[in-house]
Write a protein that binds this ligand. Structure first.
Ligand code: NAP
Ligand code: GLV
Ligand code: GLV
Length: 327
């Protein structure tokens, strides 16, 4: 009998086609995510499960899916999955690293540019009929990106792709990671880039961009104390995970002018609540977790997910395995 696979949302067809040619596939049809119980019900006798970062794949869910052999996350970050619990039960976890690196770095740069030059605010200004005077010598003044210091927290795949783009803006780049790798060392020779302690990076950067995964170590990595270390009027960009930043401390710093602005793709709660104080601030650019959202990348991610599930259910090592010790 064909293996059963449940996909928790409609992902691009290319990946689905690969799966349906081999397995008995069911797909959650609503645009709203299934609840934990709905996933448990839908995936009850499945061997394969494709999840999104909004799905709570915790120990309870894992315990209730006894036939499960692989969970293929349609994202690179997998902080929504209890990997330890899955590993204990011999379930393989896979993700989609690499293919979304450049697309997410592009979006990070869209936020850097939009925030530093107040693009969203300026667009609202024009649309809302506030542009009454021809050319304003002091209208909507922002900060220069060229020549500024960019601080990259988490110099992994995406962090490095963001750093490479900074070359075109003649920036000085500081980065902070726990380890140093050869690719980064090579970049240091080609551009104005150097490693720094987190504190030094925060004190010296005009723009700080976050690219760490969410872990117990990076939860609230940027809190009140860290924001206080930042330059007056500096900009914070977050395309990592909302919980890496203490959102209350961020709102406070944006309100007082300690921070000049923020460009945010990821939030403590997604979707953002209607009464979230971030929505009342002019100096923030808010986008709804669209880091990897290009047609091409999302299609490639669906193919990657399908390859991972196919390999796992064929008893082969999936190309993007997160817990190789289980295989
Ligand atoms: P990656 O290649 O694994 O890079 C993560 C980097 O963070 C590594 O260089 C790692 O280096 C560093 N790091 C980990 N823990 C750290 C800590 N405690 N302190 C300092 N640095 C730390 O991952 P990636 O592919 O670049 O993706 C990064 C994250 O971006 C994902 O986990 C995901 O949450 C997020 N993301 C968001 C979107 C979006 O749509 N907004 C899209 C893709 C990815 P060391 O281990 O040496 O410290
Ligand atoms: C998106 O946020 C991802 O982790 O791929
Ligand atoms: C602006 O439009 C200028 O010419 O300086």
């Amino acid at each position: 009998m064909a293996h059963k696979v449940f996909v928790t949302r409609k992902i691009p067809q290319e990946g689905i086609d690969m799966l349906t040619s081999k397995f008995d596939v069911s797909i959650w049809q609503s645009e709203y995510p299934p609840t934990k119980n709905e996933i448990i019900e839908m995936a009850a006798d499945c061997q394969g499960l494709i999840t999104l970062l909004s799905d709570p794949v915790d120990s309870e869910l894992i315990a209730k899916l006894p036939n499960l052999r692989v969970i293929a996350q349609y994202a690179v970050g997998y902080d929504n999955i209890d990997v330890k619990e899955a590993s204990k039960r011999g379930i393989l976890i896979t993700n989609t690293p690499g293919v979304l690196t450049e697309t997410t770095a592009d979006l990070t740069w869209a936020l850097i540019l939009a925030t530093a030059r107040r693009i969203a605010e300026a667009d609202r200004y024009v649309r809302n009929g506030k542009w009454h005077v021809a050319w304003g010598p002091q209208l909507l003044l922002g900060i220069d990106i060229h020549g500024a210091t960019l601080g990259i927290v988490g110099m992994g795949r995406i962090g490095q792709a963001v750093a490479r783009r900074a070359r075109g803006f003649d920036m000085r780049v500081l980065y902070h990671s726990r380890s140093r790798n050869d690719d980064v060392a090579a970049m240091e020779n080609q551009m104005n880039l150097k490693p720094a302690k987190l504190e030094t990076l925060l004190r010296e950067s005009d723009i700080v961009s976050l690219h760490v995964p969410l872990t117990s170590e990076t939860y609230h990595l940027i809190g009140k104390k860290e924001i206080e270390m930042m330059k007056q009027g500096a900009i914070l960009i977050n395309t990592s995970r909302g919980q890496v930043v203490n959102q209350e401390a961020l709102v406070e710093a944006l309100s007082t002018g300690k921070l000049g602005g923020a460009g945010i793709d990821v939030f403590r709660e997604e979707p953002i609540k209607e009464d979230d104080p971030l929505l009342d601030l002019e100096n923030v650019v808010l986008v709804p977790h669209i880091g990897s959202a290009s047609r091409k990348t999302r299609t490639t991610m669906s193919v990657m997910c399908a390859r991972n599930v196919i390999a796992a259910l064929n008893n082969e090592k999936p190309p993007n395995i997160v817990n190789p010790e289980v295989f």
